[in-house]
Ligand binder design. Structure first.
Ligand code: SF4
Ligand code: SF4
Length: 418
């Protein structure tokens, strides 16, 4: 069962820039991994683009400073996943001094595959659609046949990708063309929601000379932006664990633009567009903002009303937070009314089971109790690790239960995250 989500495009799509934070709090997190080696010390001067930390383990993704200035301290701040994460606090000297080490190519399709992968890794490019998976890893295999560019944005309120794609359509097409050539990929398909006729028109105006790039209109249902749903809709293909089994790579459209900037200007991932919306923000906007900016500063500028609930992310997948710094995988900040639906008891209606795109039984996972170590076996049988945290179970639940949160707890338990 797929769920139609009510339209709620409250945001004024006009893009503004907020680039003057006095301090930034660069989160030492990559995806959900906080296993990061810190590479700076208190009092050290850093440039815009200096590496402040590096992910340990298999994915060697660096984390960069988004300003030039002095490292003041290390502090814990709340990130997009709703948890406290250690951050490097940097005082901005507003000089925007850049550390430039690598050379750039005049034409972005002149990179070899090895240089391309190296550049994506050096620039810390990760998926900007939410999961934050290192992008270079997706391009390592040699058998890629199709690139799907995800421009779907299926959660209400969020228009960050849309705003970027309308402004940077030509650059995005140039980047897709280069990605196809460098990686010897047969075709690219840009997936756009059927109702988004404006964005389709923008692409139609420029796509003519790119014969290997096509547009595909997809239904406005949730979670159409999820890789598995999107691949089924666009190519009618299923896969077991990863899309590459079918020769497919999926990149969010903002990630494609980040790749463009990495190839063209050697620009690391130090800023992104975030939708600031919800009924408690007077001036709803898409804002180009530096990674590590305190979201409160931007909210105040956009005239945040008192007694707001702040959500990091969209209404379906987002997390309620008290404070928040902008991280690379955060696409939306919502300020909502303080009217919370009071949860009652489970009505055993089974609606959460009907809607779950991962084919789980959220109600059963929610009701399973963990008291001792051996109880983990009960959870493992229900496979909470397959949950994509889409939030549909909570959205549909007539008892207003926080079903997704309970499934996520079980997922973390099974994966040994806590
Ligand atoms: S949040 Fe998880 S359990 Fe709930 S519907 Fe989505 S995938 Fe299923
Ligand atoms: S949707 Fe809510 S009330 Fe219905 S079975 Fe699931 S948890 Fe219970």
């Amino acid at each position: 069962m797929r769920v139609s989500i009510p339209k709620n495009r409250l945001t004024n799509e006009h893009l503004i820039v907020y680039n003057k934070p006095k301090k930034v709090y660069i989160p030492l997190i990559s995806g959900n991994d906080t296993n990061i080696t810190i590479l700076v010390k208190k009092g050290e001067y850093v440039y815009k683009g200096s590496i402040v930390g590096k992910r340990k383990g298999d994915f060697r993704i660096p984390i960069h400073s988004s300003v030039s200035g002095t490292v003041l301290d290390f502090e814990e701040r709340t990130c997009s996943n709703g948890t406290k994460v250690k951050c490097v606090v940097i005082e901005n000297d507003f000089k925007e001094k850049i550390e430039q080490k690598l050379t750039v190519k005049r034409s972005i399709n002149k990179y070899t595959k090895e240089e391309f992968i190296e550049r994506l890794m050096e620039c810390g490019i990760i998926g900007l659609g939410g999961a934050g998976f290192p992008t270079y890893v997706k391009y390592e295999p040699k058998n890629i046949k199709t690139l799907i560019v995800n421009a779907v944005e299926c959660e209400p309120y969020i228009t960050a990708d849309d705003a970027l794609a309308k402004q940077k359509c030509e650059e995005i097409l140039e980047a897709i063309d280069a990605i196809l050539e460098i990686n010897k990929i047969d075709q690219a398909i840009i997936a756009i929601k059927k109702e988004n006729t404006e964005l389709k028109q923008v692409f139609d105006n420029f796509i003519g000379t790119y014969l290997k790039i096509k547009l595909k209109l997809v239904p406005n249902v949730y979670p159409m932006g999820w890789e598995r749903t999107l691949i089924k809709e666009v190519l009618n293909k299923d896969y077991d664990k990863y899309p590459i089994e079918e020769g497919i790579v999926v990149n969010n459209i903002s990630t494609i633009y980040a790749i463009y900037e990495a190839l063209k200007y050697n620009k690391p991932l130090i800023e992104r567009i975030v939708t600031f919306s919800g009924e408690n923000i007077e001036d709803k906007r898409n804002v180009l903002v530096k990674i590590g900016t305190d979201a409160k500063e931007v909210l105040e500028q956009l005239k945040l009303k008192e007694d707001s609930i702040i959500v990091a992310g969209g209404p379906m997948m987002g997390n309620k937070v008290d404070d928040l710094v902008i991280s690379a995988n955060l696409n939306c900040v919502l300020a909502l009314n303080n009217n919370i639906d009071i949860p009652s008891i489970c009505l055993k209606c089974g609606k959460c089971v009907e809607v779950c795109p991962a084919k789980l039984s959220p109600v059963l996972i929610m009701k399973t109790k963990y008291k001792k170590e051996k109880d983990i076996k009960k959870f493992k049988k229900l496979h909470p690790e397959k949950c994509i945290e889409c939030g549909l179970c909570s959205y549909i639940c007539p008892a207003n239960l926080l079903v997704r949160e309970r499934v996520r707890d079980a997922k973390n338990l099974v994966r040994g995250d806590k």
